[in-house]
Design a protein around this ligand. Structure first.
Ligand SMILES: *Cc1c(COP(=O)(O)O)cnc(C)c1O
Length: 470
């Protein structure tokens, strides 16, 4: 398998060449030149496998240039009961017959991003060591991504992380989670400003190509292909957990922001997993819901992004969406390049009435939008009916699932975070404290290691120069 760009302008490259890159040279996203096809025999052979064995079988189709024995070691080191709370790694529970929850949030930072990021940490360390290189990861976070990245990269040889966060603007839990890391290769920079200031600094540093090259600046943002690939595994795992035979179909409901998670479901479906529907559940930031309903993809200005109680889905555009559109338009890079000419300028495109949008049903996608009131109502209803407390993002997915359940088709809702991370809204909905998993009781009391800086590109650059990996 080789990787190409969604905009058609990149020479086919092996996996390890695209692993550490952000955008493709033509501004597109890397994607396999063809999806591996999982035939009936293979699907049957995969059904009894445990998480690690299944992950290995799937990954080897996408990472042909990593030797089998090395890949095995990487997988075995990543997906442990110690890191993810159980040998199942991503267990499934049943709320009632036909309605299931896929638990993705038992990793170190209690959100689903750990499933992919923990693999990325080991992959980066492995590939950098092979090449005798080092990498300085620069990122901006409003919560989940930054902490998942730091917990994945902590202590990794050859990697340093410089993570910008808005000083005093994250939830107390998220702040404590990030700033309490004491690892020498993790640098928390608390910026006097808002998340957009952090993101602007990262953009400015990355646009300084000479600085970027000299200090080997990299990212771990949601467009990284390996993150998406890692997420494909749990769609297969959940399918096997909720069906008895490979003739059955299931549907998935996925709380969505940057379209990484549900795009992994799309890839699993393209590989041949019997998926009926993929429900993209959004909050008030409904870019995706609007597209699936109308065919119009309209990027929002950052001033028009709502701050919601499912904050990890507060996006102005869905970064990974371009990968799906590449498939939707028949894998024509020239068509995607054309559509994104306006998107890249903060604009829009409309596929309504085109032969492309006429094919949308073939891909199984449907969508939904939730409000804060919906979230509160769902958290209460799920608590009353099933005795389970869910977080605000998962609540968006559960609300969407209700709208699209069908008799005879199991609906699997992806749990993307634990409620402890979003305690304020749980308190508002239920009048009680969110349950805390063991080991997190004293989180806010732990010593913190972070530096407060002005929202100034020069200050951040100077900091990186002083502290980067050599
Ligand atoms: C990142 C995140 C999402 C959105 O996932 P995408 O892959 O960006 O669509 C949903 N819920 C939680 C808790 C997250 O951290």
């Amino acid at each position: 398998m080789k990787y190409i760009s969604t905009r058609g302008g990149m020479a086919p490259a092996p996996f390890t060449d695209i692993l550490l890159e952000g955008l493709a040279p033509d501004g597109g996203l890397s994607i396999p030149d063809a999806y591996p096809v999982v035939d009936a025999r293979t699907l049957a052979a995969w059904r009894p496998l445990g998480y690690r064995d299944l992950a290995y079988e799937i990954f080897r189709l996408f990472m042909e240039d990593i030797p089998a024995a090395d890949l095995r070691t990487l997988v075995d080191r990543t997906y442990t009961a110690k890191a993810f709370g159980s040998e199942d790694i991503t267990p499934v529970s049943t709320l009632e017959p036909g309605l299931h929850v896929l638990h993705l949030s038992n990793g170190p930072t209690l959100a689903f991003k750990d499933v992919a990021m923990q693999l990325l940490g080991n992959l980066f360390e492995y590939v950098l060591a092979k090449r005798g290189e080092t990498l300085n990861i620069l990122g901006a976070t409003s919560g989940d991504t930054g902490s998942a990245a730091e917990y994945a990269m902590r202590g990794k040889r050859g990697v340093r992380v410089f993570m910008l966060s808005p000083n005093g603007k994250m939830s107390p839990f998220q702040t404590a989670q990030m700033y309490s890391l004491q690892d020498a290769n993790i640098f928390n920079l608390a910026v006097r400003g808002v998340f957009d200031d952090c993101q602007d600094i990262v953009k400015a540093v990355s646009n300084d190509l000479a600085f970027k090259a000299k200090y080997r600046i990299g990212t771990v943002n949601s467009i990284n292909w390996a993150r998406l690939m890692a997420q494909v595994v749990y769609y297969f795992k959940a399918y096997f957990a909720t069906t008895r035979s490979n003739d059955e179909q299931v549907s998935f409901s996925v709380p969505s922001g940057n379209f990484g998670n549900v795009c992994a479901g799309h890839v699993a479906r393209m590989m041949g997993l019997p998926v009926r529907r993929l429900v993209a559940a959004t909050n008030e930031n409904d870019v995706l819901d609007e597209f699936f309903r109308t065919g119009s993809y309209r990027v929002r200005a950052s001033a028009d992004v709502f701050q919601t109680s499912s904050p990890s889905m507060d996006i102005s555009k869905a970064s990974n969406f371009e990968r799906f559109v590449f498939d939707l338009v028949g894998r024509r890079g020239d068509v995607v390049a054309d559509l994104w000419k306006s998107v890249d300028k903060g604009g829009a495109f409309d596929l309504a009435g085109t032969p492309h949008f006429a094919r949308i049903a073939e891909f199984g996608f449907v969508s939904s939008r939730s409000s804060h009131a919906d979230r509160l109502a769902t958290i209460r209803r799920v608590r009353e009916k099933y005795g389970v407390v869910v977080d605000t993002h998962t609540a968006d997915g559960l609300k969407a699932a209700e709208a699209y359940r069908e008799p005879g088709v199991p609906m699997i809702c992806l749990e993307t975070a634990l409620p402890a991370k979003f305690a304020d809204t749980i308190r508002e909905a239920l009048g009680e404290e969110a349950p805390r998993p063991p080991g997190f009781e004293d989180l806010e009391a732990r010593p913190r290691r972070f530096e407060v800086v002005d929202p100034d590109v020069a200050v951040v650059k100077a900091y990186i120069e002083r502290h980067c990996a050599d």
